[in-house]
Design a protein around this ligand. Structure first.
Ligand SMILES: Cc1cc2nc3c(=O)[nH]c(=O)nc-3n(C[C@H](O)[C@H](O)[C@H](O)COP(=O)(O)O)c2cc1C
Length: 370
């Protein structure tokens, strides 16, 4: 059954209050799907723990005259450098689904990256936030199929394509398996129904499903360069954790890099994103917009990421909490709380604008403890 949401349509006091309420209200298998991580959840925990260990060092007596959180990112004018992360099947959380998230995006002057596995047609979603929507895609078996998806997104009005590269296979998601998670009736990836799937011969006894089969349909850096050269939209790469890969992405013609470990849902044991961000920022050297996600829970986390080199952040699960509790209104309120908290952090730290938030305002834990 598609969730009607928590049915309260109630605005809650804080970001943690939304998180607690959503966890209480969601069915157990959907808690597993939306809120758990891969394996022992080491990486998922590291994301938030490591963010908390970045110390913010305020400057005193700096009134935020002409203060603003506005930025421009790849031609998109935003009131605050926050985008909703692409997340599959939002229709499970609330009937508003991705259409509600897009309405929240427009209401708060944020950006949104729509998942290829969205539960509403991409053309319907983008109408709610026509100037602020990018489309996410996984590699679709062939170059042509991936390009056709990009063309559909461009025709619909999306302004950029985000190719997710960190999940060639699903992570080991114990919680989902234990809770026997399945998609409820009425929720599916409606934008992928016409996409060709690989046509494999039956598996031979000496063949491995992962190594021999799936490896043949996954992209490499040449495919990426081809996509960047041929796609009708700028292409950002989502899922970079290594400075060398950030450099390769720039060389291949990517329009931006998103440092992400998928919120700890894929490779358990991977580093937290905040811990690798400074080296990746150094490797990118301002050549490309640099975004980061995984673990952003409060306005101070946005501040920390910006100080360590991100131009903007993506927010995942907190938006799920808001959507589930109060539909588009709840998602919008979560974004507003993040923005308000960022404004408070900037004022207290002595930064009037986003450009003022520099490396000087934060201190990292020593390498040994990070
Ligand atoms: C339920 C769920 C579904 C997701 N689906 C996708 C997806 O379809 N495509 C994608 O690139 N990332 C997907 N992600 C990863 C998010 O885009 C993002 O990287 C992650 O949620 C950020 O971490 P956070 O939830 O700690 O903010 C998903 C994450 C969650 C929690």
């Amino acid at each position: 059954m598609i969730s009607e949401g928590a049915q309260s349509n109630q605005i809650l006091a804080s970001l943690p209050a939304y998180a607690r309420a959503a966890k209480r209200s969601l069915p157990i298998d959907q808690v597993a799907y939306f809120l758990s991580g891969a394996g022992c959840e080491t990486t998922m925990r590291r994301n938030t723990d490591d963010l908390g260990r970045v110390t913010i060092k305020p400057r005193s007596l700096c009134p935020p005259k002409n203060g603003s959180t506005k930025v421009s990112l790849l031609g998109m004018n935003m009131d605050v450098p926050i985008l909703i992360a692409p997340m599959a099947y939002q229709g499970m959380l609330h009937k508003d689904g991705e259409v509600g998230l897009a309405a929240a995006t427009a209401a708060q002057g944020c950006g949104m990256i729509v998942s290829a596995q969205a539960s509403h047609p991409m053309e319907t979603i983008v109408r709610q936030a026509p100037d602020a929507s990018w489309m996410q895609v996984y590699w679709q078996v062939t170059r042509e199929a991936t390009l056709a998806f990009a063309q559909r997104a461009a025709d619909a009005g999306y302004k950029a394509l985000v190719l997710t590269i960190d999940a060639p296979v699903n992570g080991v998601r114990d919680a989902e398996i234990e809770a026997a998670f399945t998609l409820p009736d009425g929720v599916n990836a409606v934008n992928l129904t016409d996409i060709p799937s690989p046509n494999f011969e039956p598996l031979r006894p000496d063949e491995s499903m992962l190594f021999d089969r799936i490896a043949h349909v996954l992209p490499d850096w040449e495919d990426l360069a081809w996509l960047c050269a041929n796609a009708p939209l700028p292409v950002l790469l989502k899922g970079i954790l290594n400075p060398k890969d950030a450099g390769l992405a720039a060389d291949a013609g990517a329009a931006g890099v998103i440092v992400s470990n998928h919120g700890g849902r894929v490779l358990d044991g991977a580093p937290s994103t905040i811990s690798v961000l400074p080296d990746i920022a150094a490797a990118v050297g301002g050549r490309l917009p640099l975004l980061m996600d995984s673990g952003i829970r409060r306005g101070v986390d946005v501040f920390r990421a910006l100080a360590l080199g991100a131009d903007a952040v993506l927010v995942g699960r907190p938006v799920c909490h808001g959507l589930h509790i109060a539909g588009a209104l709840g998602a919008s309120h979560v974004l507003r709380l993040l923005r308000d908290e960022l404004e408070v952090a900037m004022t207290l730290a002595g930064c009037a604008t986003i450009a003022d938030i520099t490396r000087d305002f934060v201190q990292l834990p020593s390498e040994a403890t990070f």
